[in-house]
Design a protein around this ligand. Structure first.
Ligand code: HXC
Ligand code: NAP
Length: 260
């Protein structure tokens, strides 16, 4: 661990989708740095497994079963977090849904489902978290996980691209609206990250793995820890003047053109 071991001590962090993939890596990394961590997602089984895996490493976390598409559930999870742990200092909007589908074949419900999870779920977390984040002794911090494909457009994933672009816009708005409350609002745009459901669904199952690797300037997929490290930086006192930023952690992918 390259950060000071108590960097996030005294902070309470809620991570949606925190029991799997990139979210779980962020959860573990925050806990190693002293944060009290709350995991929120749909599968109780996955939540229990993640808490047990963390316990085996000597890390404590609590988990609340939550579907981020349901405002009441998100609000209840945030209220229980503050009741049990005393504050909400960091909110990581990481939960997402995605599948590859040409837009001409995408059903209205398929579109709505992804926009509901990604964009609406992020708004619900921000909205329900605001009154606690503004009371944070450290200054509140919101981090949402997006992708530069939201800005460039994303063939065969129009739903996710539009939702991620919406999250970037929402985050910039909130950075200004809530700056006076000392809440910082930032996004992280990962490139393709190895060993994740995202890469499996979007690139491995569609036969694009090699092409996608070539598209990065660094010539490789990222590691989950490389995203977690960015999420540590943004949540910590190292970044107290950083807000409204979209931190691109993508191995240089958005700058590189590769002909098919
Ligand atoms: C076309 C599909 C589809 C597919 C679902 N739908 N999968 N359409 N192709 N492969 C349609 C369904 O037919 C339905 O529309 C609608 O979407 C809702 O589907 P449900 O299965 O009822 O939804 P639900 O059970 O709520 O599941 C949500 C989900 C699911 C998003 C569809 O995949 C999920 O739970 N995903 C969570 C995990 C995930 O997606 N991880 C990847 C995140 S990675 P109709 O019209 O039939 O009712 C990421 C970025 C990756 O976001 C970055 C790049 C590497
Ligand atoms: P993942 O493993 O599929 O994780 C997504 C998490 O979201 C799961 O833990 C899932 O848990 C949870 N989730 C899904 N729907 C939910 C809902 N309705 N309510 C609550 N939780 C829900 O995905 P990942 O690949 O690690 O991606 C994590 C984030 O990084 C996402 O925002 C993704 O868009 C972004 N991203 C990923 C990559 C990549 O290469 N993987 C690249 C760019 C951006 P349950 O199923 O238990 O609910």
């Amino acid at each position: 661990m390259m950060f000071a071991p108590d960097l996030l001590k005294g902070r309470v962090a809620l991570i949606t989708g925190g029991a799997g993939g990139i979210g779980f890596e962020i959860s573990k990394t925050y806990a190693r740095l002293g944060a009290q961590v709350v995991l929120a997602s749909r599968s109780q089984e996955r939540l229990d497994g993640a808490v047990a895996e963390m316990a085996a490493e000597g890390l404590t976390a609590i988990a609340f079963k939550t579907d981020v598409r349901n405002y009441d559930e998100v609000e209840a999870t945030i209220e229980r977090t503050v009741e049990q742990l005393g504050s909400l200092d960091i909110l990581v909007n990481n939960a997402a849904g995605n599948f590859s589908c040409p837009t001409a074949e995408l059903s209205p419900n398929g579109w709505r489902t992804v926009v509901d999870i990604d964009l609406n779920g992020t708004f619900y977390g921000c909205r329900a978290g605001y009154k606690h984040l503004k009371n944070s002794a450290h200054g509140g911090c919101i981090i949402s996980i997006v992708t530069m494909l939201g800005l460039s457009g994303w063939p065969a994933a129009a739903h996710a691209a539009a939702a991620k672009a919406g999250i970037i816009s929402l985050s910039r708005t909130l950075a200004v609206e809530w700056g006076g409350d000392n809440i910082r609002v930032n996004t992280i745009s990962p490139g393709p990250i190895a060993d994740t459901l995202g890469v499996q669904r979007l690139y491995q199952e569609t036969g694009r793995e090699e092409l996608e690797r070539k598209k990065t300037a660094l010539g490789r997929f990222g590691r989950k820890s490389e995203i977690a490290n960015a999420a540590v930086y943004l949540a910590s006192d190292l970044a107290t003047y950083v807000t409204g930023e979209n931190m691109v952690v993508d191995g240089g992918r958005w700058l590189k053109y590769v002909s098919a």
